[in-house]
Design a protein around this ligand. Structure first.
Ligand SMILES: O=C(O)c1cc(=O)[nH]c(=O)n1[C@@H]1O[C@H](COP(=O)(O)O)[C@@H](O)[C@H]1O
Length: 307
């Protein structure tokens, strides 16, 4: 899947990932009203509104971007109906040819990790029947528990050509509290980067990058430049552009000389573009899909200046 992601980035000349982090407060009222008329102001009604919102966004951006990143918390909070909307979003995006990065940020001991791995990127069996359940292409993981908590995913990555993005240096303001601590002369994020680089050698794709990628926040340009050197064959998932304040210049160091090596996520900056000052005058709430498309084109051009 890393190879498919790379080919799609090249074909579309775009390293943008649209983050599908829908929230009811920016789902336009015509979509919510329709969902509530069908299912009431219920968990099902909310989940239906998120799904319809996502479908419109996907319709407007699928020819421009290589991948989408649904963040499971936005769906999971509405219970089983929300998870169904998460799965239906994945199915719909896949039918449109998009690579799916399931932002699930899991982390647990090996025996439990195996269940997450089988459910999300592998297969589950019920007696002699075999099922592919969530169908993401990549998932995000937290490495805090060490290699034995990551190993259960690597087998499925290689068997089913899936991929991982493992948190290395996160974009949030307090990320340094733990990740920047010095241990034996190096920062923790650098040590984690070295480990991810090492784990990645077990799962190389054909185009020179590993199926095991890293999350590196765009809000830390100095650190991402350093990590690029530590992890030359690791693809970076880079959040923080747009709503969290990072600019294209901040993430220039995430790319390799081949213009590859990173995909950059923006969630609110794209899917809620119609609420932003710069787009408000041009697009009505009903035209939120067109506003998202315009925001994707602007982001693509912005990234292409620096990669
Ligand atoms: O793993 C992630 O995607 C992630 C890691 C990180 O360090 N920072 C971060 O913001 N994210 C995710 O990236 C998205 C950022 O959303 P926006 O700030 O709206 O673009 C959210 O889904 C976050 O959960």
């Amino acid at each position: 899947m890393i190879d498919q992601l790379i080919r799609s980035i090249q074909e579309k000349n775009n390293a943008t990932v649209v983050g599908l982090d829908p929230r009811l407060n920016f789902v336009p009222s015509h979509i919510k009203e329709q969902a509530y008329a069908q299912y009431g102001k219920t968990l099902k009604g909310a989940s239906e509104a998120l799904l319809q919102f996502n479908k419109t966004i996907i319709d407007h951006v699928h020819d421009l971007v290589p991948a989408v990143k649904p963040q499971v918390a936005m769906y999971e909070q509405y219970g089983v109906e929300g998870l169904q909307a998460y799965m239906d979003t994945i199915q719909y995006a896949k039918e449109k040819g998009l690579v799916i990065i399931g932002d699930i940020k899991r982390s647990d001991i090996a025996s439990t990790a195996m269940a997450y791995s089988d459910g999300h990127i592998g297969r589950v069996t019920v007696e002699d029947e075999c099922f592919e359940v969530y169908k993401e292409d990549f998932i995000t993981l937290n490495p805090y528990l060490g290699y034995d908590s990551i190993e259960p995913y690597i087998g499925n990555c290689n068997t089913y050509d899936k991929g991982l993005f493992i948190l290395v240096k996160t974009s949030n303001p307090n990320s340094g509290e733990i990740q920047d601590l010095l241990v034996e002369g190096d920062t923790i994020y650098k040590k984690v980067g070295q480990l991810v680089n090492q784990w990645g050698t077990e799962a190389m794709g054909e185009l020179g990058y590993s199926r095991i990628g890293a999350v590196v926040g765009a809000t830390h340009p100095k650190q991402s430049k350093e990590l690029r050197k530590v992890m030359p064959k690791t693809f970076f998932l880079v959040p923080g552009y747009g709503a969290q304040g990072a600019t294209a210049e901040d993430l220039a160091g995430c790319f390799n000389k081949d213009g590859l090596g990173a995909i950059v996520n923006s969630s609110r900056g794209i899917i809620a573009a119609y609420t932003k000052e710069q787009y408000k005058k041009t697009f009505k709430a009903e035209e939120f899909g067109s506003a998202a498309r315009k925001a994707v084109i602007a982001m693509r051009n912005d990234l292409n200046r620096v990669r």
